[in-house]
Design a protein. Structure first.
Length: 58
């Protein structure tokens, strides 16, 4: 995984956490769900990149 990818994934994860927290604080279910979705997408990318890295090592 390249450094740029790691930074992008971390930024998306943090943005998702912020959206989720803002949604909880304001009782905005849509914003909270959107934040959770962003976190899931970032986690999926991390897993995908980790798998790629493992295959490159072999």
């Amino acid at each position: 995984m390249g450094l740029g990818d790691k930074i992008s994934n971390a930024a998306e994860d943090l943005a998702g956490k912020a959206k989720e927290a803002a949604g909880k604080a304001t009782d905005n279910d849509r914003l909270e769900a959107e934040g959770q979705k962003d976190q899931v997408k970032a986690d999926a990318r991390k897993v995908g990149e980790s798998v790629k890295d493992e295959f490159k090592r072999d």
